[in-house]
Each structure stands twice: as C-alpha cells, then as structure tokens.
Ligand binder design. Structure first.
Ligand SMILES: [Zn+2]
Length: 347
C-alpha cells in the first residue's frame, strides 16, 4: 500500500473553563470554518477539561502539546486520534500524568507544583512514550531511521536486521531512482496491525505477528522502502503496477531473497486470467522478462513516468512498440527466463 500524507497542519485550541468546549479546531474568530483541502488530515487539537481549582497557563500547555503530540501521533499514521482531551483531576498523591492517543490525564496537585508544570513538555513526552516498548533513533551518512516498537515481545534480532536492511538498501534506492525521497524514515512495529507491512508518508508499518513468524523475510524492508522512493502520489498508475515494480526492485536489490526462500513463481496458464494485474511477484517476473527480452531499462522508465505523472497505457507502446497486453501474450507464449536475485542465481 502507498499513501502520501503531506502538509500536516498543527493547530491547537485550548479551553480552561470547567467544561469541555467543542470548538472546530480550525475555526476563525468569526466562527466561520474554512474548508479543508481535500484529503488533508484534520489538525491536531487539545481541549482542557478542568474541574479543579488549579489554573494552568494555556500558552505553556499549548507549546508542550504542539511539540510532543504530533510526533507521537506520527507512529499511528492516518489511524491516529487528532482531537485530544486533557483532563485535570484531583486524585491520589502517587498519580502524576498519563497519556494515550486522544487522552491526557494530569493530577492537579502534581501539576500545581511549578517544577512539574515548567517541565510539562518533558513530562508529557515521557508519558506518551510509555505507549511504546522502545524508541531508537539511528543516523548514518545523512540517513535517519526512527524505530518505534510497540510490542515488548518483538524479537530483537529481527529488529536489528530490519534496521541493517534499511541502511543497506534505502540509500541505494534513493540515489538510483529518486534523489528527492526523504532521508528521514520512521519504522513502526504494531501488534494491532493485521496486515504484513505498509508504507505511508515517511512511515513503514510492520506487523510483529508476521515478522516474528517469518524472521527471514527482511526484504519486506526493500519492497516498502521502494514505495517511499516511488512517491507517485495519488492517481498515478494502478495499484498492480506500483506493487509489481516494488517486487521487481526487491528481486533486483533485496539483501537476502534467496536465504528467505522468496522467489518469483514460474509462469502458469492460470496467470492468464488476470495477466499482469496479478500484482506483486507474478507481475515482477513479467517485468524481468521485459527487461531481459524486450528492452533493458524499460521498467525503470515506467517508474520515472509514474513519478512525473506522464504515464498512461500508451507509455508501453511508445517504449516498446507493443501494448502491455501484446507484451503479456508474447510472455505467455515463451516465458522461459534465467533469474538472478540481486545478481545471484538460486541454487
Ligand atoms: Zn507494496
């Protein structure tokens, strides 16, 4: 999957009254709500619900929220809660502050102390980080990876290999295919996520259930990193093409496809039902056939045109002299192919 999320707008509305105020987060002073750009995510907003006698400096709460919550929420991607309630409560002496997506709770007796309030940003950040098992920031040669792990049972060996694969593969893909790709990437592992992996914005989400069960399948990183490099944006080319190219690149640049027994499946007549629209490995093998038998570099040219939004069905004809259906029919007649995974033959 690929989704581009851009221009996050951060806007904070605060209320210190003793009841929850519902204010449209991007309302203008005259009460008019300007229309959001289509597909733009809702802004982040915090509403304070305070039934205690403690008065809070809202500007300082605002600043602490703005600097800590949006980076925290980035780990959840488009699923995140953007409207946050901050409750100030009177409670037992031991409680200080807690925070989960959408809700912050602070103890009035604790926040009343100057030292605690002046450190609200740090305190809030620590409270938010308790939602994660770990967070690591790794930098190398101009590339950064922030690794947020939400599962304390995630195998640390796999985590290390995912990080190593990122630093081996991503710089190569960026410099080879799209120099404009972000150098700052977020990896998130999540127990609640039911898929295998997905890329959106600068974030790659991994299922820990899948990764723990398939520890050698580390070139998922290669496939997902290619999605970041593809950066086609909305409405540029069909999904089967994006996925076929990502697996074609995994085939060519993966660090250990052979070791993980990841292979492009032989052609079968059954593939003729959906042809190249089978996506993933079936499409990737067809692309390798085009690369070897029709025109080397043709698929890379398709990738470029998808990025510049100049791709259409005719692109195949102008690059090869044949429609994609004609190319597939030629492939189906003579699908023999010597495959080399990252330049290596399967034994
Ligand atoms: Zn994909």
């Amino acid at each position: 999957m690929f989704k581009k999320i851009s221009n996050l707008t951060f806007l904070v509305m605060l209320s210190v009254t003793a009841f929850a105020q519902t204010v449209p987060p991007n309302a203008t002073p005259d009460g008019q709500t300007p229309q959001r750009r289509r597909n733009a995510p809702r802004p982040f907003a915090v509403t304070i619900v305070n039934n205690t006698k403690v008065k809070l400096d809202t500007a300082q709460v605002n600043a602490a929220f703005k600097t800590t919550y949006p980076p925290f929420a980035a780990a959840d991607g488009y699923r995140t809660k953007r409207e946050v309630i901050m409750r100030v409560i009177d409670t037992a002496n031991t409680f200080t502050i807690s925070a989960i997506p959408g809700e912050i709770i602070v103890n009035s007796k604790w926040i009343k102390k100057k030292k605690n309030f002046n450190n609200l940003q740090v305190n809030l950040q620590e409270a938010l980080r308790k939602n994660w098992a770990s967070v690591d920031t790794i930098k190398k040669d101009g590339y950064q990876l922030v690794f947020i792990n939400k599962n304390s049972d995630f195998n640390p060996v796999i985590k290390k290999e995912l990080i190593e694969t990122y630093f081996k593969v991503f710089p190569t893909l960026v410099s080879t295919f799209n120099d404009k790709t972000t150098r700052e990437v977020l990896f998130v592992t999540d127990t609640a996520y039911k898929g295998v992996a997905e890329a959106s914005g600068n974030r790659i989400l991994f299922s820990t259930t899948y990764m723990n069960a398939h520890p050698t399948d580390i070139d998922i990183v290669t496939h997902e990193c290619m999605h970041l490099v593809q950066g086609y944006g909305y409405g540029s080319g069909p999904v089967w093409l994006t996925e076929g190219i990502a697996d074609f690149i995994r085939y060519k640049y993966g660090v250990d496809n052979i070791g993980s027994k990841w292979f492009l499946p032989d052609f079968t007549a059954k593939q003729n039902e959906k042809k190249y629209e089978n996506s993933y490995r079936i499409t990737a093998r067809f692309f390798e056939w085009i690369d070897q038998k029709v025109k080397p570099g043709l698929i890379i040219q398709i990738d470029k045109e998808l990025r510049s939004h100049t791709y259409n069905q005719n692109t195949w004809v102008s690059l090869s002299g044949k429609t994609i259906d004609e190319l597939w029919d030629d492939y189906a007649k003579n699908p023999e192919l010597a495959l080399k995974y990252s330049g290596k033959e399967r034994i």
